[in-house]
Design a protein around this ligand. Structure first.
Ligand SMILES: [Mn+2]
Length: 447
């Protein structure tokens, strides 16, 4: 049986579409990551097709300050995508027509505004429907002809990593319709990155492969030894070439000590976007690079189908991924500092600390201990931490450990069990590390 949209969601989206049809100008607000940019591009394209004027503004987060910006808008109709769940009561109190298309944890149910969120229909917004999923369903409610935008939605779904354990919930509906209508092709997963092999392998950080990622000679040697040579794309590989290359990559990763689950995640299904002729991971990387580099408008243009914006976004992604991969290489060479129950690194480039932390934990750090990253040249020092599922199963809870260790060092912290952050005064860093090491030890029951 085909997947379907819950009738309650369908009703909300239909009335949201009716509401938007009644306005000439719409102000759109969205999040600046891949999912948020994809959602904004979908809504923008749908509004253009409906003959509406609009403006888009992207936020790094929705907080009280940005709510003030929204409240000051002169627009009589606003659409908020990939944001808004924590401010539904305040949107309800505005005298503007409001449509919120979000997937974050529900705090309030809407009394007046048009609010669509997977959680409202018993669907898990963490994995089974994201901001761009909701934006696409809204666009389709506005006009069936917007189904082609499902390709952009997949950039968002992949950006929020809702595909790594297989699609579920509303995303299955999008895939079925996207495939049926000829916009998306589902392909088998591979450890080999999509697109140009030389670029993809060099920039690969998910996972990072020592001696290949960030290493041009390493990439050239690998391609030579697998008999593939220069200038080839993943898509052009024969089955045998693909098998040979992926075995070599997996071998390297196994030598590096990555876990089975990391390998499985890296080999999740692929989604080819026909009009763009790229994999959804590429779309996601382009949107993400534009949003995070402060040129969200270019990302929205790319998602709306402007090929110049898309090409520029590709270059931007390659540039920023290059800087990132070189930072990982430097970290691998420097090594992590080992304590009994945690491992840590100090980086001069604060912008990448969180990403480096995730890559290190996933790819080359000791997978039995949480990884901690910070830039000690700032005061207070911002700290990132990442764990793995096997650590969670063994009792690790980084949300609690970071909250307590930061507080003990005169700072504050918190987050999720598997990834948390915090900040402490620079002169209390050692106290923080010692406390965290002790707390993680207690959580693991090794004391
Ligand atoms: Mn999102």
């Amino acid at each position: 049986m085909e997947a379907q949209v819950p009738s309650k969601l369908f009703t909300t989206l239909s009335s949201a579409a009716d509401c938007v049809r009644g306005h000439d100008f719409i102000q759109v607000y969205s999040h600046y990551d891949a999912d948020g940019v994809a959602a904004a591009a979908i809504v923008a394209k749908a509004l253009i097709r409906a003959g509406k004027e609009f403006r888009v503004m992207l936020f790094t987060t929705l907080n009280d300050y940005n709510m003030g910006v929204i409240r000051d808008t002169k627009a009589e109709c606003i659409i908020v995508t990939d944001l808004g769940a924590s401010y539904i009561d305040q949107f309800d109190a505005m005298d503007t027509d409001v449509v919120v298309l979000d997937h974050h944890t529900i705090i309030f149910e809407a009394k007046r505004i048009h609010y669509a969120n997977p959680h409202l229909y018993g669907i898990d917004g963490m994995v089974a429907g994201c901001g761009s999923t909701m934006a696409l369903l809204f666009a389709v409610a506005l006009d069936e002809r917007n189904w082609d935008l499902v390709q952009v939605a997949f950039g968002g779904i992949v950006g929020d990593r809702q595909h790594i354990y297989g699609l579920s919930g509303l995303n299955v509906y999008l895939l079925e319709q996207g495939v049926k209508r000829g916009f998306i092709e589902e392909r088998t997963g591979s450890i080999i990155p999509a697109g140009m092999l030389e670029t993809g392998l060099y920039l690969m950080t998910d996972p990072f492969i020592c001696g290949i990622s960030g290493n041009k000679e390493g990439v050239a040697k690998l391609l030579e030894s697998s008999g593939i040579g220069h200038g080839r794309t993943y898509e052009s590989l024969s089955e045998e070439e693909s098998r040979k290359l992926s075995s070599l990559l997996v071998l390297e990763l196994v030598k590096q000590g990555v876990t089975q689950s990391t390998l499985e995640e890296a080999m999740c299904k692929r989604y080819h976007l026909k009009d763009f002729d790229v994999d959804a991971t590429v779309m996601s990387a382009v949107l993400n690079a534009c949003g995070r580099s402060g040129v969200g408008g270019m990302g929205i243009g790319a998602g709306m189908g402007d090929s110049k914006c898309f090409d520029q976004g590709m270059r931007l992604n390659e540039e920023s991924s290059d800087v990132l991969v070189q930072n990982v290489v430097a970290l691998v060479n420097r090594g992590l500092n080992q304590m009994k129950n945690i491992q840590w690194f100090d980086t001069a480039d604060s912008g990448f600390t969180g990403m480096l932390c995730g890559i290190a934990m996933q790819s080359f750090a000791d997978h039995r201990k949480p990884t901690i990253g910070f830039n000690s040249s700032n005061d207070p020092v911002n700290i990132s931490s990442r764990g793995m599922m096997n650590q969670i199963d063994a009792g690790v809870d980084l949300a609690v450990a970071m909250r307590e260790a930061c507080a003990a060092a005169g700072g504050s912290g918190g987050g999720h069990r598997i990834a948390a952050g915090g900040a402490v005064p620079a002169d209390k860093l050692q106290l923080f590390l010692d406390t965290l090491d002790r707390i993680i030890g207690e959580q693991l029951g090794t004391k």
